[in-house]
Every structure is written in structure tokens, then in C-alpha cells.
Design a protein around this ligand. Structure first.
Ligand code: NAD
Ligand code: UGA
Length: 443
């Protein structure tokens, strides 16, 4: 099938490459000319396992094209995906300006019936707005063309995006149009072979499904972080509690890892956006507000541990920081907990010596060159002359470090572990002070 994808970010690029891989003829349109040019030259804008060979091979096979030419894109695809960003606006609601700009573009150039698919995460009612926008532009053009607006939210996780798109748990399709449903079934047939994965529903329910899924996952994390904070006060170990509750299949082991808060481009903005949506319809979202508040507090936790440990005097202290991305296997730093920590440390006069396997360039791009940020080439060199080690991201490379080297190199043998990677008993036996999240002791 001929498909056009507007927005070549995490979602658009991965979805486009995966659709091309099964034989669809995909054109990707982006307003970022540099990104388009780079992609044509095999330079992939994001780090995502498996993505580079997938993009390159499908580009070479001419099943995947990149362009800034929106008119060409609109004329190409029967199916037009909108996969642009929906960042928070000033009050935390999802900003729909990019989504509606694409809707307008589609309406401006379409010359045949289209199926417009909202792939971006958008509030309930957005498909109606997209339809109104398209209808209005068609009217001013004086043309009458059929179109459907379908909601097809994306559930991929960064760091596993290719695998998630190739083998989705479910494919949610929100539409009341039989024609659109049939085209979406045809599009996704290659991903729907082993058992039925398509869940077809009305548009509004599909739009809410996306927010409900992310908010449920965020709620699990904030709940566990609250339990971890309690465990710290009560002398219990949250990691034992995690195993104890996860073994109940009604609870499960997924998304109950306590830590230094959830980050990324989605949970923080989507929880906030659903809070605003609820408020706008006169509903008080008590639980969601708490999920957000608990997470905000959790992101401050490592800093407050450090402050207590150094008796409030962090000026001139050198802090080794392992892990900058908001989770492993990505270079994405959006809303990463490491940023809250670094910014707090700088405000307190400390110097950060940071290492991340993939997010060094992104850190440099965000913060530029500054005297209180040293980007180090290895995790070991980040320890040199440092007063403490903090772990913010659970990259595999940090899971079994050389503790003797850590002890010898640090000025103070102390680790603040924001992801509970290490066994407190082993570290104590090695003579390293250890502060995890909810591990029976506070600083
Ligand atoms: P992104 O910021 O990585 O990419 C968005 C792209 O859209 C950019 O390349 C930008 O230049 C382009 N763009 C903006 N306006 C455009 C226009 N008018 N025409 C063409 N291109 C345009 O965003 P993302 O992370 O891929 O997220 C996209 C949407 O998908 C968001 O709503 C997000 O919430 C949702 N989502 C993201 C993820 C994720 O893991 N990142 C997962 C599921 C859903
Ligand atoms: C999340 C969802 O998992 C995806 O299903 C969804 O499509 C996506 O948001 C989206 O809408 O964009 P993502 O943000 O890529 O995916 O990453 P997650 O693996 O969900 O992690 C998010 C944050 O939660 C990370 O900071 C991670 O460290 C934290 N987390 C996760 C925990 O603190 N504890 C856990 O048990 C799990």
C-alpha cells in the first residue's frame, strides 16, 4: 500500500521503516530539512537498536523515501499518518499546533480520498478537530473529497521501538468507518498473523486508551516509589517487597521498579495532559495529580540524599554521574531524572563528571560547554577525583562494575544508586557506603 508519514521522529521513523520492511511503499515528510538530508545519507537522527540497518536497507530498496515536499507526500499515500510531536503548552495541555498544521497541509494538496491517521498521542476530541480542519480547507478550495480520520495510537517504548513495532501487543484502531477499518486491516495484516491483535473501537475510546495506558504505567511507578520512600523510613527493603508483590499475577513484575522517577517524552507530558483534560470537563483527577506530584518529588531524591550526606555543603564537590538518558538503550534526555540532579548540583556549586554510553552528544547539545560539567570518555574516568558516585540510568554497562576500583578512586567510598542496581550487603562488605531507593536506610 502507498503510505505517507508526516513527522520523522521516534514514532514516525520507526513506524515508517517497519511498514516499508513488510513491503509497503512509504514516503516520510518532515519540515526539518537537515533531518531529511541526513536520512538520505544514512545518518539516523536517534539512537534506537536495530533502526539504522532497517532504515538503510529499505531506503536503498526504494520502499522508503524522505522528503520535505509535503505536496508530493500528500499525493503519494492513500493512508496519511500524522506522527508529529504533541508537546505540553503553557498549562500542560497537549499542544496540537503541529498536528493541525499537518491536517491543513493534507487538505491543501489532496486530490483523491484519503485516510488520515492520528498516530501522535492526542487528547480525546482531536480526530474531530482534524476532521473540521480538513473540511474547512477543502471548502475554501471549493472541492469535495471523501476522507476519514482514524485514531491509531502508538505504544512503542524507546530503546525497544523497532521490536515493539514489528511485534506489537495490540493495534488499536478508532474508527466508525467500515472503509477505513478495512484499509487499516490491510495495512497491518503482516503484523496480525499469529493471533488477532487489532482492537477496533470508536475514535474517542481509542484516543483515551493511549492516555489510560501511559497513566496506568506511570501510576504503578509512582505507587512503587511511594512504597520505597516508606520502606526507607520503616527499615524495609523495597526490592524484597517488589518480589513479594510481583509474584501475585494480579500485580505482576512489570513497571514496579522503584527509582529516581520516571522521565522521557511521554509519561510526564501525558499524565499532565490527562490531568488538564479532566479539569476541562469538570472532573478532579485526584489520583493523577498525585502520580505527578510523587514523581516530581522522586526526581529530587538523589539530590537530597547527596545534600544530607555532605551536610548541605556541595560547593566544589565533584560528583561522578553514570547514566544521563531517561532510560537505557536510548540517547533521549527529554525529562530525564539526570537533568534534575545535574541542575540541582550546579545550583549548589558542585561539579558533575558524567558518562553515558549513548547520550553524551545529546547532553552536550542541551547544556553546551560549561566549567561545572565534564563529559568523560569512560565510566571509570568519570570517577577520577570524584567525591561520590551516582547512578541515574540502568545501562547494562553499569550493572557489574569493578567495586575495588570505585573504592580506590573515589574520595569518599559512597554510591547513590537511583536504580537499585547493586546489592547493599555486597557493597557494605566491600566497605562502600550505599544508598539506594527504599533500601531500608536513609542518609
Ligand atoms: P519527535 O519530536 O521525535 O518527532 C516529531 C517530528 O515531527 C520532528 O522530526 C519534527 O520536525 C516533525 N514535524 C513537526 N511539524 C511537522 C510538520 N508540519 N510536517 C512534517 N513534520 C513535522 O516526536 P516523537 O517522539 O516521535 O512523538 C510523536 C508523537 O508520538 C507524540 O505525540 C508522542 O507523544 C507520541 N508517541 C511517542 C513515543 C515515543 O516513544 N517517543 C511513543 C508513543 C507515542
Ligand atoms: C512509554 C510506554 O512504556 C510506551 O508504551 C509508550 O508508547 C510510550 O511511553 C509513549 O507513549 O511514548 P517510554 O517512555 O519509551 O515508553 O519508556 P518506559 O520504558 O515506559 O520508561 C519510562 C520511564 O519510566 C523511564 O524513565 C523509566 O526509567 C521509568 N520506569 C519504568 C521506572 O521508573 N520503573 C519501572 O518499573 C519502569
Amino acid at each position: 500500500m502507498k503510505v505517507t508519514v508526516f513527522g520523522i521522529g521516534y514514532v514516525g521513523l520507526v513506524q515508517a521503516a517497519v511498514l516499508a520492511e513488510v513491503g509497503h511503499d512509504v514516503v516520510c515528510v518532515d519540515v526539518n530539512a537537515e533531518r531529511v538530508e541526513n536520512l538520505k545519507n544514512g545518518i539516523i537522527p536517534i539512537y534506537e537498536p536495530g533502526l539504522t540497518p532497517l532504515v538503510k536497507s529499505n531506503y536503498e530498496a526504494e520502499r522508503l523515501q524522505f522528503t520535505t515536499d509535503a505536496e508530493f507526500g500528500v499525493k503519494h499515500g492513500k493512508i496519511q499518518f500524522i506522527a508529529v510531536g504533541t508537546p505540553p503548552d503553557e498549562d500542560g495541555s497537549a499542544d496540537l499546533q503541529y498536528v493541525l498544521a499537518v491536517a491543513k497541509t493534507i487538505a491543501t494538496y489532496m486530490e483523491s480520498p484519503k485516510i488520515v491517521v492520528d498516530k501522535s498521542t492526542v487528547p480525546v476530541g482531536t480526530a474531530d478537530k482534524v476532521a473540521e480542519c480538513i473540511a474547512a480547507v477543502l471548502k475554501t478550495r471549493g472541492v469535495s473529497l471523501d476522507f476519514d480520520v482514524v485514531s491509531n495510537p502508538e505504544f512503542l517504548k524507546e530503546g525497544a521501538a523497532v521490536a515493539d513495532c514489528q511485534r506489537p501487543d495490540r493495534i488499536v484502531i478508532g474508527t466508525d468507518s467500515a472503509v477505513a477499518e478495512s484499509k487499516m486491516r490491510e495495512l497491518y495484516a503482516p503484523f496480525n498473523r499469529n493471533h488477532e491483535k487489532l482492537i477496533v473501537m470508536d475514535v474517542r475510546s481509542a484516543e483515551l486508551t493511549k492516555y489510560a495506558a501511559n497513566c496506568m504505567l506511570a501510576t504503578k511507578i509512582s505507587f512503587m516509589n511511594e512504597m520505597a520512600n516508606l520502606a526507607e523510613k520503616l527499615g524495609a527493603d523495597i526490592e524484597k517487597v517488589r518480589l513479594g508483590i510481583g509474584s501475585d499475577p494480579r500485580i505482576g513484575y512489570h513497571f514496579i521498579y522503584p527509582g529516581c522517577g520516571y522521565g522521557g517524552s511521554c509519561f510526564p507530558k501525558d499524565v499532565q495532559a490527562l490531568v488538564r483534560t479532566a479539569e476541562k470537563v469538570g472532573y478532579t483527577p485526584e489520583l493523577l495529580r498525585s502520580v505527578e506530584a510523587v514523581n516530581g518529588r522522586q526526581k529530587e531524591k538523589l539530590f537530597s540524599h547527596l545534600q544530607s550526606y555532605f551536610n548541605g555543603d556541595l560547593a566544589g564537590k565533584r560528583i561522578a554521574l553514570w547514566g544521563l538518558s531517561f532510560k537505557p538503550n536510548t540517547d533521549d534526555m527529554r525529562d530525564a531524572s539526570s537533568r534534575v540532579l545535574m541542575e540541582n548540583l550546579w545550583a549548589a556549586g558542585a561539579i558533575v563528571q558524567a558518562y553515558d554510553p549513548e547520550a553524551m552528544n545529546e547532553t552536550q547539545r542541551i547544556y553546551g560547554t560549561r566549567a561545572d560539567l565534564n563529559l568523560m570518555g569512560t565510566k571509570e574516568s568519570a570517577l577520577n577525583g570524584a567525591d561520590a558516585l551516582v547512578v541515574c540510568t540502568e545501562w547494562n554497562a553499569f550493572k557489574a562494575p569493578d567495586f575495588d576500583l570505585i573504592k580506590e578512586t573515589l574520595n569518599h567510598a559512597v554510591i547513590f544508586d537511583g536504580r537499585n542496581l547493586y546489592d547493599p550487603a555486597i557493597l557494605e562488605a566491600q566497605g562502600i557506603a550505599y544508598y539506594g531507593i527504599g533500601r531500608g536506610r536513609s542518609v
